[in-house]
Design a protein around this ligand. Structure first.
Ligand SMILES: C[S@@+](CC[C@H](N)C(=O)[O-])C[C@H]1O[C@@H](n2cnc3c(N)ncnc32)[C@H](O)[C@@H]1O
Length: 352
């Protein structure tokens, strides 16, 4: 199997190189309105935002920033297939404007934007960022009532385009082979994720500095979302591509990808990251199977024997639907002739 991974250096407010109804899944994290690191970018997109911030009108600035994101959400409505899913990672912002401190609820504003475009909101995920300092608390220390709760979570808001789920032909291999294990389903489809900075991050080489500077999300987030909401061979779009974490996840998960990014320098970063995709995809598959076998051993210790055998790996599984599960490994990555991205070759991953 072959997948392609394209990136367009350009403005996602017009996804002119993405055809109507050509994308099955969107996984993205926009610049967060009212978080200072993104002020300059929003001011470039709409200079009136600078006036609002300088005159201390936080509410107007917040709305004007979201108006820029709204134009991208309009495009998603056009390019997604019916039943396609959009997963938007966003955090709220806390900020003092004109000496007045408050929260700017980005997640609520994005939810409104999608609903008003006819998307159906689905249950969302809250993921917890680890607390790293006791000095993080804001407000007046130990005396009530003027201290503020610290935000240590972000949302993955999930929307479906159109009222109906996607349909596949009966027995579609690319769907059944993309199954996840029962215990993965229980972890991934729970509404609070606490361990997303875990394993895949270590496999992806750390890159802590880069993650801070580019506001990249942990690889585990787009990887899980690709596995949860798309099948092998689907196309995943990230209109706010950054360092291409979504594309790296898509490659490892055997999906195609396309990204839009204003900052051209991130392409070089991605070229380095994608070179690791063969080793990364193998490690991910191996690790998923190891974890599954640990789960089976625990379950047996508790006196429960899984009922079925997987077809492609030496392991029992809990449900019939997991039997065809088959990981894909990336066997080679090369640049596309037009220089706009990469082509990846995939084989089924064989594991002892
Ligand atoms: C939060 S970062 C995304 C980080 C990415 N998820 C990663 O893991 O590297 C948002 C990115 O969107 C880009 N961006 C913002 N507005 C854009 C627009 N209108 N079109 C294309 N890219 C945009 C920014 O340059 C930034 O790299």
């Amino acid at each position: 199997m072959e997948t392609t991974h394209r990136v367009v250096v350009g403005d996602a407010r017009e996804l002119s190189q993405v055809a109507d109804e050509s994308v099955e899944l969107v996984v993205t994290s926009p610049p967060y309105p009212m978080i200072e690191m993104w002020d300059e970018l929003f001011v470039e997109l709409d200079p009136a935002i600078e006036d609002a911030l300088e005159s201390g009108d936080g509410r107007t600035a917040f709305e004007a920033m979201h108006a820029q994101l709204d134009r991208v959400w309009d495009e998603l409505e056009r390019v997604l297939v019916d039943g396609g899913i959009a997963c938007i990672n966003v955090g709220d912002a806390t900020r003092s404007v004109d000496d007045s401190f408050r929260v700017y609820p980005n997640h609520a504003r994005v939810l409104d934007a999608f609903e008003s475009r006819g998307f159906d909101p689905l249950p969302d995920i809250l993921w917890r960022k680890p607390a790293n300092s006791a000095a993080k608390f804001m407000g007046s220390g130990m005396i009530p009532p003027n201290a503020y709760v610290t935000l240590e979570h972000e949302y993955v808001l999930i929307f479906r385009k159109g009222g109906d789920s996607r349909s596949f032909e009966p027995g579609a291999d690319r769907r059944y082979e993309a199954a996840y294990f029962w215990e993965e389903r229980n972890r991934w489809f729970s509404d609070v994720w606490t361990e997303v900075r875990g394993e895949l991050q270590a496999l992806d080489g750390g890159h802590e500095d880069l993650r801070e500077r580019s506001a990249a999300y942990p690889l585990e987030i787009p990887y899980r979302l690709c596995c949860m909401y798309s099948a092998y061979g689907d196309t995943v779009l990230d209109p706010f591509w950054g360092t291409g974490t979504t594309s790296l996840a898509a490659i490892c998960a055997g999906r195609n990808s396309i990204g839009y990014e204003l900052e051209p320098a991130f392409r070089e970063v991605f070229a380095d990251r994608v070179a690791d995709a063969p080793a990364l995809s193998r490690s991910i598959g191996r690790r998923r199977l190891e974890r599954h076998r640990e789960f089976v051993a625990d379950r047996r210790e508790g006196g429960k024997e899984p009922s079925y055998d997987a077809v492609h790996y030496e392991t029992p599984v809990v449900t019939k639907m997991e039997r065809e599960i088959r990981f894909r490994e990336v066997t080679g990555v090369e640049e596309l002739e037009d220089g706009d991205g990469h082509r990846a070759e995939h084989d089924p991953l064989s594991l002892e």
